[in-house]
Design a protein around this ligand. Structure first.
Ligand SMILES: CC(C)(COP(=O)(O)OP(=O)(O)OC[C@H]1O[C@@H](n2cnc3c(N)ncnc32)[C@H](O)[C@@H]1OP(=O)(O)O)[C@@H](O)C(=O)NCCC(=O)NCCS
Length: 321
């Protein structure tokens, strides 16, 4: 069901509905329409293409209008037959506190339930300026089972030398880190296949696509992890400002995760950054590995100028709601 395109379940559902929660409030499932641009200010720039063109992947963009004036937008991606991820929810600041956010989320869930979705997740970025507001909002709307999903932190290059572990952790014999740029066509195909089973660029915050933002790709600290020549993982970075590298993707094949390869790989990239990188670094690394998260909290957080974690909340949907 995943990535079934614009003709998928959600897109075929009803288009427009008056809300029961107040006169003047209407909901509309957005389909390809030039006038969707009026809703673009109600989501992140990275999600706006979903509104412009029919989504390549299965997404639900649900708009709320008050007397035909756009007031809110929720964007959800269906991730499997019965699961979805709420990528963005936003109510125009002038219309907040009137129950529109709650009504929009209920309507979104009603449509998703009709499309067979039984579990919905929302990932709230620790660096988001409305972190507390969103956390309180989703907690009050039945989302729970909170888990840490991503670590984010900023550091100065001249403080890398304080991180003693950067020189202490080395790759085990047989493993080596080589330049990302040195990959062959066949290796690129392997990397794509491992990044997503469909071999397509995923949409939204769950994206772990190592070829994203090619114009910002940072060769200095982007590395491939190899064992006897074969690729076992990678670290991919982006130069998001002239003096700032973002460590975006850090991945090691699941069967090798217990060998503690993630930390030495990251350490190797930091050594290169320390030698000839720009003044600052930021990492925003998605991980589900508890050991890795604990390491970051203990060994990295004390040397950073800021540190935060993203949280995933889950809600089980049922017909009764
Ligand atoms: C969070 C948000 C969706 C809530 O929408 P809303 O229409 O104001 O919500 P409601 O009127 O239905 O209120 C729902 C709850 O949120 C609370 N709330 C509303 N505004 C709030 C605020 N500024 N701070 C804290 N809580 C707030 C309400 O008190 C209510 O609490 P309850 O759970 O005790 O009932 C809205 O404030 C918003 O869009 N915030 C910005 C979100 C954002 O940055 N999204 C980025 C993704 S693009």
């Amino acid at each position: 069901m995943l990535y079934s395109g614009a003709s998928g379940r959600v897109m075929n559902m009803e288009n427009e509905r008056q809300s029961g929660s107040g006169a003047g409030l209407q909901f509309r499932v957005l389909k390809e329409d030039y006038f969707n641009i009026i809703y673009m200010g109600l989501t992140f720039p990275s999600l706006r293409p979903i509104l412009k063109n029919p989504p390549a992947h299965e997404c639900l963009a649900l708009a709320a209008a008050w007397d035909n004036v756009p007031v809110g937008l929720a964007i959800t991606r269906i991730t499997s037959d019965d699961s979805a991820e709420l990528l963005s929810i936003f109510i125009d600041p002038k219309s907040r506190g009137r129950g529109i956010g709650s009504a929009l989320i209920s309507e979104n869930e009603r449509i998703l339930l009709g499309a067979g979705v039984r579990k919905i997740e929302v990932n709230i970025s620790g660096g988001h300026r409305n972190f507390e507001m969103l956390k309180n909002f989703v907690s009050g709307r039945g989302f729970g089972d909170m888990k840490s999903s991503m670590v984010m932190g900023k550091f100065q290059r001249d403080r890398i030398h304080e991180m003693k572990w950067v020189d202490r952790y080395t790759l085990p014999p047989g493993f080596e880190a080589t330049a990302w740029a040195g990959q062959s066509e066949a290796e690129r195909d392997q990397i794509i296949a491992e990044s997503t089973p469909q071999g397509q660029e995923p949409v939204g915050s769950a994206a772990a696509w190592p070829y994203s933002e090619p114009e910002l790709h940072e060769p200095l600290t982007s590395l491939l992890l190899r064992k006897e020549g074969k690729i076992m993982g990678w670290i991919v970075c982006h130069r998001i400002q002239p003096e700032l590298i973002r460590y975006t993707h850090l991945y090691v094949k699941e069967e090798f995760q217990q060998f503690g390869l993630l930390i030495p790989l990251f350490a190797q990239a930091l050594q290169l950054h320390r030698e000839s990188g720009p003044e600052r670094g930021i990492f925003a690394i998605r991980q589900t590995n508890d050991g890795f998260m604990n390491f970051f909290r203990k060994r990295l957080a004390p040397h950073l100028t800021s540190f935060s974690e993203s949280l995933v909340f889950t809600k089980q949907l049922s017909e009764k709601e």
